[in-house]
Design a protein around this ligand. Structure first.
Ligand code: ADP
Ligand code: MG
Length: 247
């Protein structure tokens, strides 16, 4: 397979914490416009893998290339600027700012949260905010204080804040944790909308949800890749059933 269509190419990636390899000689490729889901038991190294890609954790050895650029030694903010957005498990929105302001401060112009309060929005920023608000289904609540949103809406807002930067690779760590059934359905629709024209890596446990969004599934176990492929193949794999799905 040609590597030219890969947005992300990870080779022999290893990270040791106190002599224990949380990620061990891992290889992973994500294609342009692909939505990849990573599953696996707790402690498999899924979050650590995202930490490595976004520059929060330094690899012990190995390579991470984003659009053919080595990023494994880059600073976190440079990786963001290169086009990688990452959502953590706990939402980090500004509860006492409006939905509108939360999106506004996320526009990539280097303005911080304080600058934005006194800032008059340009038509360009406003247009981007409208488009994002529609994508995340929050266009009716732009004026509302973010702290008053439902748990699901807060998660969507945070995704929207990442979309303001229009990342080429968007990574979400357990985005539906704590959501209602209805919110999970809406989130699946949302992810299917926003993956158009970008690549995504989503970590999730809910197999019904995974089925609705995954182009391909990677199963991690003990810092390594146990299986990878179409959802049906992965679900039928005895090794995957043994270490993960059977429990
Ligand atoms: P997952 O997200 O798949 O549940 P994690 O990536 O959070 O797994 O953790 C993988 C392993 O690495 C776990 O054993 C965890 O305790 C360990 N780990 C993660 N981060 C650190 C760290 N900063 N220091 C030491 N150990 C860590
Ligand atoms: Mg995790």
């Amino acid at each position: 397979m040609s590597t030219t269509n890969n947005v992300l190419t990870i080779e022999k990636l290893t990270v040791a914490f106190d002599g224990f390899n949380a990620i061990e000689s891992l290889n992973l490729q994500v294609e342009k416009d692909e939505l990849r889901v990573i599953i696996g038991p707790n402690g498999a190294g899924k979050t650590t893998l995202l930490d490595l890609i976004c520059g929060r954790t330094r690899a012990t050895s190995g390579s991470i290339r984003f659009k053919n650029q080595e990023i494994s030694k880059e600073a976190e903010h440079k990786i963001v600027r290169a086009g990688i957005g990452r959502k953590f498990q706990t939402p980090s929105i500004y509860e006492n700012l409006s939905v509108f302001q939360n999106l506004e401060v996320s526009y990539p112009s280097g303005r911080g949260v304080f600058g934005a309060l006194a800032f008059t929005c340009t038509p360009q920023v406003r247009e981007r905010m409208q488009a994002v608000a529609e994508e995340i289904g929050l266009q009716e609540v732009l004026a509302i204080e973010a702290g008053l949103l439902s748990h699901g809406q807060k998660q969507w807002l945070e995704i929207g804040m990442l979309l303001m930067q229009d990342p080429e690779l968007l990574m979400l760590d357990e985005p539906i944790a704590g959501m209602s059934v209805r919110e999970r359905e809406l989130t699946a629709e949302l992810l299917n909308r926003i993956c158009k024209g970008r690549s995504m890596i989503v970590i999730e446990h809910d197999m019904n949800f995974v089925k609705q969004i995954a182009h391909k599934v990677t199963v991690m176990h003990q810092g390594k890749i146990l299986a990878e492929g179409a959802m049906e193949d992965v679900q039928a794999d005895p090794r995957v059933i043994d270490v993960y799905l059977g429990h």
